[in-house]
Design a protein around this ligand. Structure first.
Ligand code: BGC
Length: 761
């Protein structure tokens, strides 16, 4: 049969099916309201088809090639044709997505389009810095733009839903997934969540270059015990409400249409089966109208956790708790119809879940044009475009944090220097892509070596020194760390000896952070610390460039090495960004979004901690809150980061000394660029409520502004504090603003600044 005849046969078959079921197309009528369209369609659906919408499969075969004839792939294919699949994940490319969408739209009875999800975490092909790094920019515009570029490229590749932003707050650098979030602070985290949701979803979800966002992992996954992946979480209500939930609420307020639950348990209840989180808070108190997708196989894991007896029990518990879509457990599709028929699950719960999923599909405009994201011409134009590369370079340089710069080692002179560049990561084109770069091609980042080679005025000699890892590097395999091969040490020492300055790039490879990458040591992996010390012995004029997906504890480096640049994993344009900062073409302006501990024993560590009853060493005895073998303070605090210039703060003012409850408190401060370079400073406002009905943190970030200042320039920055910033949630989840004294602090880091106070009457 030729293609034309095949198509006509398909259309006739569809007409017969349509007529025999009396299917109406009224849901396609755009003059009807969203709710009407959803209920018209829902009424026509069989129970099996409804449950199908709640089923998400991983796309594991090539949809443009031969169709699967056996195994689980054949089952998935049949389910697609039966209308028993609502969504696919991990399929990508306009052509492959179109081919799959065609099965759902043209071969299933009702032709309901699929929604295609993918982890577009920090870009699709053109990668921005990992999210933790981007958070260090404190530049909300740049972060929104980076998400917009990700959406632009992903949507051209057939995708319309990203499993991002990850808005998990975490205090523990041992947890590998801190690289995916915005760090330790709920205020900064909320602002960044908003920026990222806006970037992905744009103003118009119906456009063909915006995608649905998914706030994850709901909730508290970032507090996994001992930083160990997939572990339990136990926490009280005030921490849940004040620290964990705000970025989720901010995502919802910004319009995020989907949420993903989490692998972890919260106070003994797996998040996927947690009614309190999903029904009471998210869909109840917050009025969320979108849908919740489970994490990968997390409905199945309800059994492993010991929360459900079997597949049926897990499905019943998950759906009752508010998990609307099953990602890859295959439980809903197998169990839910039976559970409704035997009365265990009320069909109304299924209807509710399906309505939520269909609403999002309508909002995307998929019923009007199911192929709107499958535009191969646009895909070619957009992917990896010059302007996308420019934009990710811009956010990459903004994400770099200058941790130390003694004797003005940096910026480097542009001519006349002999530079030794050392470290396997200096030439690594893969690691800067991080561990969530599924769509990006391997080895497509600009390395530091390549970035520095663009500056031709100096002599640059490269030596690897040592490998960080041996063996295969991939998303699914354990990383093998090199501990015993020292063979490159001598050559790198020789090069270092005769250089004017050594630039050494050390840290983690891309797959040493991310999912399932918890560490008990957060130092330089393998023998890199030894390499650093050996190099320092022969030449102490060293610039250490760090590549890492989490805070590292590097006390020796911090004491000895004169210049330290935190360069994270900066994505596609990594090496160019690093070189521009080293040479002063970009004056670093990043500030840490997470405290860097002195040692792993300090974890969890965070700036907004409680005072405790014994915060200081009063009488010279041991009975105060401290360690006997370490300082309490971090090595580098939250909000910290240097510049090539210097800034001075003055004239901290409040508009009044006393305010009535509900009045807006106005704070202003002057900031002057007192150094020799133009630069940017993140001006940070912290508050402290010293007496409250529940104990409040010693300080909390409640405002910030990124201020560009020319050499010698002074600007006034103003902040407003309203009930939204001054209150807190108590242990019952109630929001309170209490009268009394408030302390404020304004400065360029969380541990120092100008101070004042006001009264709330
Ligand atoms: C992760 C999610 C991710 C999902 C789909 C899971 O393992 O926890 O964050 O979105 O896989 O790739």
């Amino acid at each position: 049969m030729n293609q034309k005849i095949k198509n006509s046969v398909k259309v006739i078959a569809l007409m017969i099916v349509t007529l025999s079921y009396g299917q109406s197309k009224a849901h396609l009528d755009k003059s009807k309201s969203l709710d009407e369209r959803v209920s018209i369609l829902l009424e026509q659906m069989t129970l099996e088809e409804k449950v199908g919408q709640m089923n998400q499969y991983n796309g594991s075969w090539d949809f443009t090639g031969p169709l699967p004839e056996s195994g689980s792939e054949e089952v998935k294919y049949k389910h697609l044709k039966n209308g028993w699949v609502g969504s696919m994940l991990n399929l990508r490319g306009a052509k492959a997505v179109r081919a799959t969408q065609q099965i759902a739209v043209e071969e299933s009875r009702l032709g309901i389009p699929l929604i295609f999800g993918f982890d577009v975490v920090h870009g699709y092909k053109t990668l921005s810095p990992i999210p933790l790094a981007e958070a260090a920019s404190w530049d909300l515009e740049a972060i929104e733009k980076s998400a917009k570029i990700a959406a632009d490229e992903a949507s051209a590749a057939g995708l319309n839903w990203t499993f991002a932003p990850n808005v998990d707050i975490s205090h523990d650098a041992r947890w590998g997934r801190v690289m995916e979030g915005a760090g330790e602070d709920p205020y900064l985290g909320s602002k960044i969540a908003t920026a990222r949701v806006n970037g992905f979803q744009g103003k118009n979800l119906d456009a063909n270059n915006t995608i649905v966002a998914c706030a994850k992992h709901f909730a508290a996954y970032g507090f996994t015990e001992a930083g160990k992946e997939y572990n339990r979480v136990d926490m009280g209500m005030s921490k849940l409400y004040n620290i964990v939930l705000p970025p989720f609420k901010a995502s919802l307020d910004a319009g995020a249409r989907t949420f993903m639950n989490s692998f972890s348990t919260l106070n003994g209840i797996p998040a996927t089966g947690d009614r309190f989180l999903q029904r009471d808070i998210l869909k109840g108190d917050w009025g969320f109208k979108g849908f919740v997708v489970s994490d990968w196989g997390s409905i199945g894991e309800l059994v492993t956790h010991g929360f459900a007896a079997d597949d049926a029990d897990a499905s019943a518990k998950a759906v009752k708790a508010g998990s609307d879509m099953d990602m890859e457990s295959h439980f809903y599709v197998k169990e839910l119809v039976k559970l409704v028929k035997n009365g265990t699950v009320d069909e109304a719960l299924v209807d509710d879940a399906v309505s939520r999923i269909l609403s999002v599909k309508f909002e995307l405009g998929l019923f009007d044009d199911p192929y709107k994201y499958c535009d191969e011409v646009r895909e070619k134009q957009v992917t990896g475009s010059a302007s996308n590369n420019e934009a990710v370079l811009d956010v990459a340089e903004k994400s770099i944090v200058l941790l130390k710069n003694e004797n003005n080692v940096l910026p480097l002179k542009k001519s006349g220097l002999k530079i030794a560049l050392i470290g396997a990561l200096a030439a690594d084109k893969n690691s800067p892509l991080g561990s969530w770069r599924i769509a990006a091609d391997d080895n497509t980042a600009v390395s530091v070596l390549e970035g520095m080679q663009n500056y031709k005025g100096n002599t640059l000699v490269y030596e690897k020194g040592t490998e960080v890892s041996t063996g295969k590097q991939s998303f699914i395999h354990e990383v093998e760390v090199n501990t015993d091969d020292f063979s490159g040490f001598d050559a790198s020492k020789n090069v270092a000896k005769s250089a004017d300055v050594v630039v050494i790039v050390l840290g983690e490879i891309g797959f040493q952070s991310g999912e399932a990458r918890s560490r008990t040591e957060i130092d330089l992996p393998g023998n890199q610390q030894q390499l650093l010390e050996e190099i320092y012995k022969v030449n102490n004029n060293v610039v250490l460039v760090l590549n890492n997906g989490r805070p590292l504890a590097l006390p020796w480096a911090s004491e000895h090495i004169p210049a330290i640049v935190e360069a994270w994993q900066l994505g596609t344009q990594s090496g160019n960004a690093v070189a521009r900062v080293l040479y002063g073409d970009y004056n670093p302006s990043g500030k840490l979004p997470m405290s860097f501990p002195r040692n792993v024993g300090q974890c969890p560590i965070y700036y907004n901690h409680f005072n405790t009853g014994r915060p200081i060493n009063k009488d010279g005895n041991v009975f105060w809150s401290h360690y006997i073998d370490s300082e309490n303070t971090p090595l580098y605090p939250f909000g910290y980061g240097l510049s090539y210039t210097s800034f001075e703060y003055s004239n901290l003012k409040l508009s009044q000394e006393q305010y009535k409850l509900g009045e807006t408190v106005k704070v202003s401060v002057e900031i002057t660029n007192t150094g020799d370079y133009d630069g940017k400073e993140v001006v940070q406002l912290y508050i402290n409520d010293p007496v409250a009905s529940i104990v409040r943190p010693i300080k909390e970030l409640k405002g910030f502004e990124l201020v560009p200042l020319k050499k010698g320039e002074t600007k006034t920055v103003e902040f407003s504090l309203t009930n939204k910033e001054l209150g807190f949630f108590n242990n019952n989840g109630e929001y309170l603003v209490e009268k009394g004294t408030f302390n404020i602090m304004v400065g360029g880091r969380s541990d120092k600044g100008l101070k004042s106070q006001f009264e709330l009457k």
